[in-house]
Design a protein around this ligand. Structure first.
Ligand SMILES: Cc1cc2nc3c(=O)[nH]c(=O)nc-3n(C[C@H](O)[C@H](O)[C@H](O)COP(=O)(O)OP(=O)(O)OC[C@H]3O[C@@H](n4cnc5c(N)ncnc54)[C@H](O)[C@@H]3O)c2cc1C
Length: 311
């Protein structure tokens, strides 16, 4: 079985950035990637310095080429099981093979759990959007309906009110809208509509043309702002005995500032460890985790060298 210095599970921005840091440090590195990045449905990635507006898939394609240039191997597969430890090495099983490594980076991203509203899945990432920094500029001055689905929905409405003066807040789950936040929305010029959303009316391209409310009214809007439950893809972390942390918006893998988890030899980076990390933050955390892992292996080699010379 091939034995690597590091296996990185997940080849999005975080995993590829880690693999470049490791490849440039001459660490043998395998990236196992199921190739389903979270932002795949978006046509453009924004707030990506130097690559503003690039297609998310093209960005990852470039990242893969850079990683391979520095010697990383990349396979398209799904890691399903992991065992072992930093003492004797880890074994990662995919659906078709097994690989060994001294250290592991989990860069598995997160799963956006969406509310069950007809039309939402079809519009997700196209005209049902979640983040001002990713899509806000593109819907400036448009009619935007923020669906009150979670605890951060009124904050989303506040941010979108900076981009358009035609923002409506649909109070779908009224328990999430406190009196204080209602007051903030009123002051920001956001119109609050009471009642539940029944359906997003979406064409075959995922483009919204209106929101049907439970009372049958049609709210005309060009974009729906939604929030998801963000659940770190953490199955492998749990298999190694890790403990997840809760967040108001979901769950994540806790790490220190270098990306090390509470399981020795196991690093986590990108959205798996930080639900709010956008592309550049995910990549930055991948670079940090790759660098920390490299330093960790360098020290381990010194330790084994000095115990061999003193023996
Ligand atoms: C619709 C949408 C639009 C967005 N637009 C922007 C934007 O414009 N600008 C911006 O900065 N951010 C944007 N984001 C956020 C961006 O998607 C994340 O910041 C980024 O994807 C995080 O990178 P990551 O590497 O942590 O995870 P991901 O990019 O999700 O990559 C994780 C990878 O790991 C793989 N994987 C998971 N589990 C396994 C496993 N067991 N075995 C093998 N592989 C596995 C997945 O298939 C995937 O390829 C957007 C998000 C969404 C949902």
């Amino acid at each position: 079985m091939e034995n690597f210095d590091a296996i990185i599970i997940g080849g999005g921005s975080a995993g590829l950035a880690a693999s470049i840091a490791l490849g440039r440090s001459r660490r043998s590195t395998l990236v196992i990637d199921a190739n389903e990045p979270r932002n795949a449905r978006a046509a453009h990635a924004h707030n990506v310095l130097g690559q503003e507006g690039i297609s998310p898939l093209q960005l990852l394609d470039q990242g893969r080429n850079e990683a391979v240039h520095y010697g990383a191997q990349i396979i398209t597969d799904h890691a399903v099981r992991i065992e072992g430890s930093s003492l004797n090495g880890f074994t990662v099983h995919t659906e078709t093979a097994a690989y060994k490594a001294s250290r592991i980076v989990l860069a598995t991203g997160l799963t956006d759990q969406l509310e069950e509203i007809p039309g939402l899945r079809e519009a997700w990432g196209i005209s049902a959007i979640h983040c001002t920094y990713c899509h806000g500029w593109e819907v400036r001055d448009q009619s935007v309906a923020v669906l009150g689905l979670g605890p951060m929905s009124s904050h989303q409405a506040l941010l979108f009110a900076q981009l358009s003066d035609r923002v409506t807040f649909v109070n779908h789950h009224p328990e999430h809208l406190s009196a204080e936040n209602r007051e903030i929305l009123n002051k920001s010029g956001v119109v609050i509509v009471e009642g539940r959303v029944q359906q997003l009316r979406v064409d075959e391209h995922g483009q919204l043309d209106g929101i049907v409310l439970a009372n049958g009214d049609l709210l005309e809007s060009q974009a729906a702002v939604v929030s998801s439950r963000m659940i770190a893809n953490s199955e492998l972390y749990l298999q190694l005995g890790g403990t997840l942390k809760d967040h108001p918006m979901g769950t994540f893998i806790p790490v220190n500032e270098m990306g090390a988890t509470d399981v020795p030899g196991l690093y986590a980076t990108g959205n798996a460890a930080n639900l709010g990390a956008m592309v550049m933050a995910a990549a930055a955390s991948g670079t940090v985790a790759g660098a920390a892992l490299n330093g960790d292996l360098a020290l381990e080699r010194l330790d084994s060298h000095s115990s061999a010379t003193t023996a």
